[in-house]
Design a protein around this ligand. Structure first.
Ligand code: M6R
Length: 579
């Protein structure tokens, strides 16, 4: 979703902001803009791809701000793109978040003579600042913040000054501290090219940055915030010779899996709470919810601890059981639904954990205890290595709680992941790529893998794909089956195997072509399948994770065959920061 960047120092601010916006592209956007001070404010706004407009930007000055917009209030257009200025054009603002009371503020400002050009909520902010500004930008911004209801991270610049004033309430904002230069950004990625030292602003913070230094204020008092070190490398956010970030990130999975298992194993203390838990609730969205369903299954079957997954956006409608442990799972740590769910859980007295991939993300501020996955930056909107990292963390947690019952599965995954990444899915791509609907099925531990496979396929190929527990097909979805409705099935040995084989025959009897992921040399399954995708013969727990990688490859290659925008699928954003 929206991303913001700001630069002040000795380089051309517009260039730094453009590079920064490119780093934030993965969050999803439909338009973008930049403002720089030199000494008056100049603006550049555009719709579409940032890379296409790179050479057209020619703004002077060493102090500037930039923004990628993901439309909420008003259509994607140049007029609705940030930065916004006041009536005089002397103050410019970029904003990430939503100002809930903007309509009321706008009416009041209009009554006082202000004119507006856009349909956005953000535009009220520069007009409010204009009314307070008398040469001290920090003072003016601090006066208007109490008027704003909702969430924001804002950056403000003013004509004739060399300073950026920033404020945060509910939307992420980090300040990179370099040598005589400072970079603001919604996350660490745009900062990495300049420095690894970063301060994460907290809700209610206001920062004032000039070429000479920075100050942070909270409740009107100057305070000191900890300087953290960004762990990721600038090289991690480049494609490194791969055609797409998604493919690169898939090939990082063997390393990511091992790094995450090791990091959980080295720091097992927070897990003690789970051992004593009467019940565990996990809140998550999308892929993180699918990984959480793998965890729930393992917690129930291996550890005998009742565990449920509630979609974070639905959690507020459910009662939180007393003495429950609530774990929020989120790659980005910025998903609004997940953060809100964890806040509610904490208010209701639950013990709270989070599992995230991003150090210092908003979720970590809400949670009592944080565990990290070690996936490194995930740029592609389609989550792949973060799923595998979450599963790695969950498997190691279950392994520790159960006294080592998943040790073997962990070793099998480490051994066979590189081999599975070489899988040949071309025939399967041919079978599915022209379908308008695909069904994905599995049972037991393979069910969340089917859900994840379908999610991956639909989001990057735009083919409608739904995941089902295979036993549910006859309760309705059978009506969809025909020779035009391919079914992708995960059929591995274990307690689900015999009945899964019956399901495959039932599907075949209804003429639906089948892509089956099964074990190598399973002649029976191979015979039923139209296309058979074999994986090594391993334990069921290891097998489903290997199968999930094959499903990622199937989705990826199908999307490439259909020539979609693999890394930035239409209408989607990497960080979903609105509820
Ligand atoms: O950052 P999060 O893990 O909280 O994100 C949750 C979902 O938005 C995310 O997993 C989404 O479903 C992915 N694009 C799927 O590939």
């Amino acid at each position: 979703m929206c991303g913001i960047v700001g630069y002040i120092g000795y380089r051309n601010a517009a260039n730094v902001c453009m590079e920064g916006l490119l780093r934030l592209e993965y969050r999803g956007y439909d338009s973008f803009g930049i403002a720089a001070v030199s000494p008056e404010i100049t603006l550049f706004k555009e719709t579409g791809k940032i890379s296409a407009a790179k050479d057209a930007v020619n703004l002077k000055g060493t102090c500037g701000i930039g923004h990628t917009r993901w439309a909420t209030h008003g259509v994607p257009s140049k007029t609705n793109a940030h930065p916004f200025t006041d009536c005089t054009g002397k103050i410019a603002v970029v904003h990430n978040g939503i100002i809930e009371n903007y309509a009321e503020l706008k009416r009041e400002l209009q009554n006082r003579g202000h004119t507006f050009v856009s349909e956005t909520d953000t535009e009220v902010i520069p007009h409010l600042i204009e009314e307070q500004y008398a040469g001290n930008l920090r003072e003016a911004v601090s006066k208007i913040l109490p008027l704003l209801e909702g969430a924001y991270a804002i950056l403000v610049i003013a004509e004739g000054t060399q300073e950026i004033v920033a404020a945060r309430m509910g939307s992420p904002l980090a300040l990179g501290i370099g040598d005589n230069e400072y970079v603001f950004a919604s996350d660490g990625l745009p900062i990495l090219d300049y420095t690894r030292s970063v301060v994460y602003l907290e809700d209610g913070d206001l920062a004032e940055v000039t070429p000479a230094g920075y100050r942070i204020y909270h409740d009107g008092e100057e305070i000191v915030r900890k300087v953290s070190t960004l762990e990721w490398d600038a090289a991690d956010v480049r494609k490194g010779g791969f055609a797409h970030y998604m493919l690169k990130e898939m090939f990082e999975q063997p390393e990511v899996f091992s790094n995450t298992v090791n990091s959980i194993a080295e720091n097992p203390s927070p897990l003690c709470r789970l051992r004593d838990a009467r019940s565990v609730t996990i809140v998550a969205c999308g892929t993180s919810a699918n990984a959480s369903n793998v965890f729930a299954y393992l917690m129930e079957t291996v550890c005998e601890i009742p565990t449920r997954v509630v979609l974070a956006s639905e959690f507020k409608y459910y009662p939180t059981p007393k003495n429950d442990v609530v774990i929020a799972v989120s790659q980005s740590g910025e998903t609004a639904d997940t953060i809100y769910a964890l806040k509610i859980a904490r208010e209701k007295g639950a013990k709270t954990f989070c599992l995230t991939n991003v150090l210092g993300s908003s979720l970590t501020r809400v949670s009592e205890t944080t565990l990290y996955t070690r996936a490194g930056p995930e740029v592609s909107v389609a989550a792949t290595k973060s799923f595998t990292a979450q599963v790695a963390a969950f498997m190691e947690i279950v392994n520790i709680i159960s006294g080592g019952k998943l040790e073997g599965a962990v070793v099998e995954i480490q051994r066979y992941l590189p081999e599975v990444l070489d899988c040949d899915v071309d025939k399967a791509v041919e079978l599915v790529k022209d379908a308008s609907t695909l069904l994905y099925v599995g049972r037991g531990l393979s069910y969340p893998i089917a859900l994840e496979g379908a999610l991956k396929m639909k989001e990057i190929s735009y083919i409608h794909a739904e995941g089902y527990a295979a036993g549910e097909l006859k309760h309705g979805p059978f009506a969809l089956l025909s020779e035009k409705t391919p079914v992708v099935a995960v059929c591995l040995s274990g307690i689900t195997y015999p009945v899964m084989m019956s399901n495959l025959k039932e599907i075949k009897a209804r003429s639906a072509p089948e892509v089956v992921i099964g074990e190598i040399r399973d002649i029976d399954a191979e015979e039923i399948a139209d296309v058979y995708l074999p994986i090594p013969k391993v334990s069921e727990t290891a097998g489903v994770i290997l199968a999930s990688v094959v499903l990622q490859m199937l989705a990826y290659k199908t999307a490439v065959a259909l020539d979609t925008d693999v890394d930035m699928p239409r209408n989607l954003a990497k960080s979903v920061t609105v509820e």
